[in-house]
Design a protein around this ligand. Structure first.
Ligand SMILES: [Zn+2]
Length: 258
């Protein structure tokens, strides 16, 4: 496809401006997609704290269940002791007295054992519930921090969305100056290349991908009458010598947005 050199030049120079905007738009989209590392770190910390709390609560429930079952055994044994005492008072002979005495002693011994176990378990339960309270406080702290990060991210997303709208509007202004078929070629490439669809050629090198341009292509490039793309990265090529003085060439060569 043949072009008027002036039209081609104007189109590509507009694209060079346009790709600065597109690189910014690309960065904004990246930022929107991927939350900042400290946001992710806060989220991870919260998840871990919540998991720790769940484990602590589970273990607290288990130990409380054990304590309650000891408590029941303790009550039962207290009743057994009382019954054994009554039984002993009602004995009719020495043999019965001996046997009732043994039974009572047995229950009393067990009662002492269970009482001790119950006391220990009660202490352990208190320890456990203290631990759960600590874990709960940690979760609340993490939630607070994460909420701050979320608010910050919401704010950033809103700003980003405003900035995107502003850039999209600015973009329209440049698009209107670009030949339609050149623009559609540019669009295809910039979408694949992080918002960069045009590359400057300096010293026979494409500064999009740093591959050397063949002599034949170099010759055609100078004529400015056809759209020439890099055979390696597909970017639209433009010779450095045709850039207006005012353009910050060094920045363009480094890559827009970097
Ligand atoms: Zn290239």
């Amino acid at each position: 496809m043949e072009f008027e050199p002036a039209e081609l030049k104007e189109s590509i120079l507009s694209l060079i401006r346009l790709q600065e905007i597109d690189a910014l738009l690309f960065q904004l989209r990246e930022k929107e997609r991927e939350p900042a590392p400290d946001f992710l770190a806060a989220e991870k910390k919260l998840n871990e704290a919540q998991r720790d709390l769940k484990l602590a609560e589970k273990s607290e429930r288990e130990i409380e269940r054990e304590r309650r079952s000891l408590e029941l055994r303790h009550i039962t044994l207290q009743e057994d002791v009382k019954k054994a005492e009554v039984k002993r008072r009602e004995v009719r002979n020495t043999k019965e007295d001996f046997s009732a005495g043994r039974e009572l002693e047995n229950f009393q011994k067990k009662l002492i054992e269970v009482k001790k176990m119950l006391e220990e378990k009660t202490l352990a339960t208190e320890e456990r519930s203290k631990l759960t309270a600590e874990k709960k406080a940690a979760v609340e702290e993490c939630q607070k921090l994460f909420q701050e990060h979320q608010d910050q991210r919401q704010k950033e997303l809103a700003e980003s969305s405003n900035e995107t709208a502003r850039l999209m509007k600015e973009r329209e202004g440049y698009i209107s100056k670009v030949n339609e078929s050149i623009f559609s070629m540019y669009e295809r490439v910039q979408k694949l290349r992080r918002g960069s669809g045009v590359a400057i050629v300096r010293d026979s090198i494409c500064h999009g991908c740093f591959v050397e341009i063949p002599p034949q292509t170099r010759g055609n490039l100078k004529k400015l009458n056809q759209l020439i793309t890099c055979s390696s990265c597909s970017r639209i090529l433009f010779p450095e010598s045709e850039l207006p003085e005012a353009l910050e060439t060094e920045r363009l060569l480094r890559g827009v947005g970097s």
